[in-house]
Design a binder for this molecule. Structure first.
Ligand code: HEM
Length: 408
């Protein structure tokens, strides 16, 4: 029972203890029936191979039936699906419908568009670095890591600057609402409140952009045809929310987690300082190591078997990504942080049809931000306690107090 309590407790994921638990579960019970507060229970899936299979078989392991966020408490379940737009955004639409939605919004995230946009991304990141205090005492998460992906995705979506900070607060509520620092009321009220506020904002934009000839993803969706009909308003708005959240809340963790890992492994930092071109490969290790997405839910659409367990139609399964990304069956020395690791078959961006649409954008942002950090500062020192977000969904650092040391 103790295992289940830990898996259900967001605060457990603010510690590093979950890696030890996952190691044990991969060995002893890799597909584990887990009791949950809503009384329904779910399967916890720990091995890379089982998760990869689930990600590649979306018809059998549905994202649409009950969404992908681990909603396991009754209060949240009652209203969460409507607020989160389950079945309305690309993340929670199953194939074959899924492909059409993904196609409509993908153009700005393809390699050519990203390469064309790189100077603008670099400029946005430079602006954030320029705004840091000259004494160099900052919270690397709050002052830098959260601001970079926010600025980039807001710019891509064409959102007015005066709205960015409010949107970021809503993003923290929607994704990190189980953390006391982000809470406004109960966890459920916070998460749902965050989604509702973002939906209201996105809905207004979707209305404005209908008929506009812009090429940002929101305008593309607002003017798109799906099976010969205009994309419904609620779907445009929910996909807008999805892009904001995906943009704000994951990349920050890979970047700040990557910085922390480099500070704890100075030889790896030295490799990057020696040749910043190594960053192209290193970003994969930052994602594997920091595990921004901790868990994702699926619902079985038919009876099946997984890891020797019989799964019944309608049962929920929770994939634990930090476990897959330390699976010794796949990674040589999984607990070694190695910026030159190749191949790096981590599942941090998922796999299969829902593979992260923004992965190449996230990697560009992290690479450009690391480049500037290395170039602008001779050193970085940790100056206070490092804190992690209390969340079993999307996790990572909440505070990383550092001193940035200027070049002599
Ligand atoms: C390091 C940063 C990121 C990580 C670790 C990450 C992780 C993931 C993962 C694991 C999935 C798969 C979800 C599933 O299978 O249910 C996903 C999907 C997605 N991500 Fe990301 N993501 C990151 C950054 C971004 C960014 C910057 C964007 C863009 C705005 C983005 C947009 C999306 C979208 C739209 C999907 C849904 C794709 C689909 O369902 O077809 N992500 N991401």
């Amino acid at each position: 029972m103790r295992v289940d309590e830990q898996l259900n407790d967001p605060a457990f994921f603010a510690t590093d203890a979950y890696y030890g638990l996952f190691d044990r579960m991969r060995r002893e019970d890799p597909v584990h029936w887990t009791a949950s507060p809503d009384g329904r229970g779910y399967w916890s899936v720990f091995r890379h191979a089982d998760m990869k299979r689930m990600l590649n078989e979306p018809e059998l392991f549905s994202s649409e039936r009950e969404g992908v966020m681990p909603v396991i408490d009754t209060e949240m379940a009652e209203i969460a699906h409507e607020a989160m737009g389950v079945g309305e955004d690309v993340l929670t639409i199953d194939p074959p419908r899924h492909g059409e939605y993904r196609k409509v919004m993908s153009a700005p995230f393809l390699p050519k568009a990203l390469a064309d946009g790189e100077p603008r991304t670099r400029e946005l990141i430079a602006e954030i670095f320029d705004g840091l205090p000259s004494h160099g005492e900052i919270d690397l998460v709050g002052d830098l890591a959260v601001r970079i992906p926010m600025a980039v995705i807001c710019d891509i979506l064409g959102l007015p600057r005066e709205d960015w900070d409010t949107l970021l607060t809503c993003g923290k509520m929607a994704i990190g609402g189980t953390d006391p620092e982000y809470m406004q009321g109960s966890a459920a009220e916070t998460v749902i409140g965050g989604f509702r506020k973002l939906y209201g904002y996105s809905s207004g934009l979707a209305e404005e952009r209908r008929g506009c000839p812009f090429s940002d993803p929101l305008s593309l969706m607002a003017n798109a045809q799906i099976n010969g009909c205009p994309m419904p308003h609620s779907q445009v708005a929910h996909n807008g929310v999805q892009l904001m959240l995906a943009g704000f809340e994951t990349t920050r963790n890979a970047f700040s987690g990557g910085v922390l890992a480099l500070l704890q492994n100075p030889a790896q930092m030295a490799l990057l300082r020696e040749d910043p071109k190594r960053l192209r490969l290193a970003v994969e290790e930052f994602v594997r190591w920091s595990d921004p997405v901790i868990s994702l839910m699926r619902t079985a659409t038919a009876d099946t078997e997984l890891g020797g367990k019989r799964i019944k139609a309608g049962e929920r399964l929770l994939m634990w990504f930090p476990s897959a990304n330390r699976d010794e069956e796949v990674f040589d020395q999984p607990y070694t942080f190695d910026v030159t690791r190749h191949p790096n078959l981590h599942l941090g961006f998922g796999a299969g049809p829902h593979f992260c649409l923004g992965g190449p954008l996230a990697k560009t942002e992290i690479r450009l931000a690391m480049e500037q950090l290395i170039e602008r500062y001779a050193g970085i020192e940790i100056t206070g306690p490092v804190e992690r977000v209390q969340s079993s969904f999307v996790g990572g650092l909440k505070h990383l107090p550092v001193r940035l040391i200027q070049h002599a």
